[in-house]
Write a protein that binds this ligand. Structure first.
Ligand SMILES: [Zn+2]
Length: 313
């Protein structure tokens, strides 16, 4: 049954994502995925697909002059489960194929961030060709990629943007060759659930305690996910909440509650809005001044291109 689901027409998967099981992804299923991907991009698979527990997740490697695509079937099943869609595992395999097809495995040395973004873009392209929505194409990366980048891998935001670029490139091709009115998969990007952010200092940790409540009648706790520091006013910290509001906290000394139940007022002074633009995924609006533009790294620019603030942990 699970094998049939993945080998069925992509359109039916897009409409009715099946509940993932915790069972490993069988080899026949992975082979079917590879066949679908190579047909979608019009290439022959010039590598051997191997299910193995020798790798933790998946890898494109060349061994004794032969190309292999290695994957851990348990990992693929876990990704499907974490991403709530079988498209998640497909995008992992597509990503590894992207390494082979872009020639990354022919160079000495390991992963580099640019290679990862190329492979991500390829996976977005392939998943759109197979009929996935943008959110489905991004599901695996949203679930497994760490927020912060490393020496070998970019952080989650640029990787999601790379998938979006590939997805959009395929959409442009498909729309150009499809008659008007044909149903297209949704271009809505994946909605990211906020992750707990490690607090770098005691003051911020204090501010993030559940005792912090929003002003204005609502008793919903406000969770702080970042801090915003303006270059011309670095002493006054602003905080970003999980609802993307920018808040300033009232001075602690103004509160006369005892410490255990202390409620600090949070004044909302602005809001981050998603733009869908990869270079500036957010715009910061405060309702009065002109908008500020936020890069994936958290640098905040004004309309003249001056860096005016930094969004950080
Ligand atoms: Zn990779």
């Amino acid at each position: 049954m699970p094998a049939l689901v993945l080998l069925a027409a992509p359109a039916s998967r897009a409409q009715a994502p099946t509940p993932s099981s915790s069972a490993d992804v069988p080899a026949s299923q992975a082979a079917g995925i590879i066949r679908e991907i190579t047909e979608a991009v019009g290439l022959q698979p010039r590598f051997e697909l191997r299910a193995t527990s020798q790798v933790d997740n998946a890898a494109a490697v060349v061994y004794s002059g032969k190309r292999y695509l290695l994957y851990n079937p348990t990992f693929l099943a876990e990704v499907n489960q974490a991403g709530h869609t079988d498209w998640a595992g497909i995008s992992i395999l597509a990503h590894e194929m992207g390494h082979h097809l872009n020639g990354h495995t022919l160079r000495p040395g390991g992963s580099q961030p640019e290679d990862e973004l190329e492979a991500d873009e390829f996976s977005g392209f392939v998943l759109r060709r197979l009929g996935a929505s943008l959110a489905q194409a991004q599901a695996a990366m949203a679930a497994v990629s760490p927020d912060a980048g490393s020496a070998t891998h970019p952080g989650r935001t640029p990787r999601l943007a790379a998938i979006s670029r590939g997805w959009a490139r395929a959409t442009a091709q498909i729309v150009a060759s499809t008659k008007a009115g044909a149903v297209q998969p949704s271009a809505q990007p994946i909605a990211l659930a906020p992750r707990p952010t490690p607090r770098p200092n005691a003051e911020a940790a204090d501010a993030a305690t559940p005792a912090l409540l929003a002003r204005g009648g609502s008793d919903a706790p406000v969770r702080l996910v970042g801090q915003l520091t303006f270059r011309n006013n670095p002493e006054v910290p602003f905080y970003l909440t999980s609802a993307l509001n920018v808040v300033r906290l009232a001075d602690e000394s103004s509160s006369d509650e005892d410490d255990a139940t202390r409620v600090r007022d949070a004044e909302v002074v602005g809001r981050l809005r998603r733009t869908g633009n990869a270079a500036f995924p957010f715009v910061l609006e405060d309702g009065q001044q002109r908008p500020l533009f936020v890069t994936p790294r958290g640098d905040v620019y004004d309309q003249e291109g001056q860096r005016v603030a930094k969004l950080h942990d």
